[in-house]
Write a protein that binds this ligand. Structure first.
Ligand SMILES: NC(=O)c1ccc[n+]([C@@H]2O[C@H](COP(=O)([O-])OP(=O)(O)OC[C@H]3O[C@@H](n4cnc5c(N)ncnc54)[C@H](OP(=O)(O)O)[C@@H]3O)[C@@H](O)[C@H]2O)c1
Length: 320
């Protein structure tokens, strides 16, 4: 089998393609031939050491593919089944092995590449707008990095629920894309809180969905209405500094959460139900998945460089 391996944390160049024996699934696990692996921002945090993981490791958590073999005792899947996964470590490879409960079936109308491109960011967008703050029809919320992978999906889901979206982006081209994706108002980061307040008649937005972190967090608190929700779900610009919780009082009895996907697919039922919603939206043409670029597995370095240099919109996938 082929896999990208990181022996020491650092820049994108620490990733190397290695070849080894396919160990097979082993009891209670399945092995899957990877059609495409999704590239996510969290993969860069693992690679750089910002989120520590034991070394050496194969990056990647997400993908879509076909079950190759099932280990003893596995009844839920059989060879040939199409599956996707958002949380299986070692996905930058041509074979991925994990427990069956980490995989979901992919409906026939959704290609393995689309499944790989949507499963992690789609489930994330789903829990953010349905469970972290359940967007109500007519409500205005703010989505940072609205032309990014999560941003494009989150905007579409909020619009589907009847919400109004103010999106932030860094370039004119991204502004154009965010607008065509359904954003009602598109802002650059400068003065976004004041502008969001103006756009809501001085009231402020009901929720801020912030995957940018350090660069936007504090101003985001100023964009919120009293009792609004700050959903800080990532840190593409760096980690938010510690702060005094009294600030949440001063700025309007605000709520702050730092959610992560695994707690919003807490059991098999929740995981399957969210995945069915996301795939169902694609099948019904209510969710468009934008793949920005497809890289070969041995181009993982280039994929990370593109993502970290803010050159991408939507999703990057690696094809073994
Ligand atoms: N908590 C969870 O469950 C969860 C799950 C999935 C993803 N996430 C988080 O969600 C965020 C988005 O992930 P993604 O994979 O969809 O990535 P992405 O949004 O496609 O890429 C990150 C975007 O962040 C913006 N950005 C702002 N400042 C930046 C900086 N200093 N450096 C790099 N980018 C910067 C860029 O858009 P502009 O150029 O327009 O600013 C960039 O395109 C990440 O923080 C990720 O960790 C969290």
């Amino acid at each position: 089998m082929k896999a990208i391996v990181v022996e020491q944390t650092g820049g994108p160049n620490v990733m190397r393609l290695l070849e080894g024996e396919d160990p097979g699934p082993g009891p209670g696990r399945i092995s899957v031939r990877v059609a495409a692996a999704g590239v996510n921002y969290i993969d860069t945090y693992h690679r750089s050491g910002q989120y520590p993981v034991p070394l050496p490791f194969t990056p990647g958590l997400e993908g879509g593919g076909t079950v190759a073999a099932v280990g003893e005792g596995v009844t839920e899947f059989k060879p040939g089944d199409e599956v996707a996964w958002p949380q299986v470590p070692g996905s930058y490879a041509d074979i991925v092995i994990g427990p069956p409960e980490e995989f979901v079936p992919v409906p026939p109308k959704v290609s393995p590449e689309t499944a790989a491109a949507v499963i992690l960011q789609g489930l994330t967008a789903h829990y953010l707008c349905n469970s972290v703050h359940d967007v109500q029809p007519g409500e205005t919320v703010l989505v940072h990095a609205a032309a990014g992978g999560v941003g494009l999906l989150l905007t579409q889901m909020i619009k589907y629920k009847g919400g109004t979206v103010i999106g932030t982006v860094s370039t004119d081209a991204k502004a154009e894309l965010a607008r065509s994706n359904g954003c009602d108002h598109v802002l650059f980061y400068e003065d976004f809180a004041e502008r969001a307040r103006e756009l809501t008649g001085g009231e402020g937005v009901a929720a801020v969905y912030d995957g940018v972190g350090k660069a936007t967090f504090e101003a985001g608190l100023d964009a919120l209405r009293p009792r609004g929700m700050m959903a800080l779900f990532g840190q593409a610009s760096g980690a938010v500094e510690p702060f005094d919780p009294q600030l949440l009082n001063a700025k309007g009895s605000l709520f702050l959460t730092r959610p992560t996907l695994k707690h919003y697919m807490a059991d098999r039922e929740e995981y399957l139900s969210r995945a069915a919603d996301v795939f169902g939206m694609i099948e019904d043409n209510n969710l468009h998945v934008r793949v920005h670029e497809t890289f070969r597995l041995d181009e993982a370095v280039e994929a990370h460089q593109a993502l970290e240099s803010r050159k991408t919109t939507g999703k990057l996938i690696l094809v073994p």
